[in-house]
Design a protein. Structure first.
Length: 220
């Protein structure tokens, strides 16, 4: 018998599977439909009833907030792993490539539509601190071009997180082409990373201001 108050293991495992499916479906639908993604579409993509979605997340905002929080956790994990590497260039480029999950999509469409908790702001501050350390190390080693700022890296990641090729292939049911799309993406990322090296031509204008990122996430 199960201990009083403890959910039976099979039901708990099913709930965890449903939650993973909902989060993945939310990422995919969000990447296709933006902030207007409907809970009905998310539930259908996940293969669960809409009642199951609402039992786990009371509102669409709460679901998207969870996605944003998990994204911050993932960024912190990757940044901490990169910071532990000895080679400054490997650390910086390793962070960039590890952050670009073709199936992850971009959370930029929900900026300003969900409440960012104090804990999430603190995670964001810590991520900025770690990335600044990676940029400073690579710059001090003479490997990274001197006019690259941490906000340039965040902007690069946001641009690459949007993956219209992957979204189109999934919509068309051409999953057989996803490996080729991933290979093409890796080549383009390599080209961009090579452009960060110190021997490149000067970049146009100034680095993006931090407010370009922070103010979009601040709700009224």
């Amino acid at each position: 018998m199960n201990a009083p108050g403890r959910r039976p293991a099979p039901r708990q495992a099913e709930a965890e599977r449903n939650d993973r499916a909902l989060l993945q479906a939310a990422r995919e639908v969000l990447s296709e439909d933006g902030a207007h993604a409907s809970v009905a579409a998310i539930a259908a993509r996940a293969g669960v009833g809409i009642g199951s979605l609402y039992r786990r997340y009371r509102t669409k905002e709460e679901l998207f907030q969870r996605l944003a929080d998990l994204s911050l956790d993932q960024s912190l994990r990757v940044l901490e792993e990169a910071a532990a590497l000895d080679d400054p260039w490997e650390a910086l480029t390793g962070f960039v490539t590890a952050s670009l999950d073709p199936g992850g999509g971009s959370l930029a469409p929900i900026a300003g539509t969900v409440e960012v908790t104090p804990a999430m702001w603190e995670k964001s501050r810590r991520a900025d601190e770690l990335l600044s350390g990676l940029v400073d190390r690579a710059s001090a080693a003479g490997i990274l071009r001197a006019d690259v700022a941490p906000t340039d890296i965040w902007a690069l990641l946001e641009q690459f997180a949007a993956a219209p090729m992957f979204e189109q292939l999934r919509k068309q049911g051409r999953t057989d082409q996803l490996p080729a799309a991933a290979a093409a993406r890796r080549r383009i990322v390599a080209v961009v990373l090579d452009g960060l090296r110190a021997d490149g031509e000067p970049l146009p204008g100034d680095p993006p201001p931090e407010t370009l990122f922070t103010r979009r996430w601040a709700t009224a």
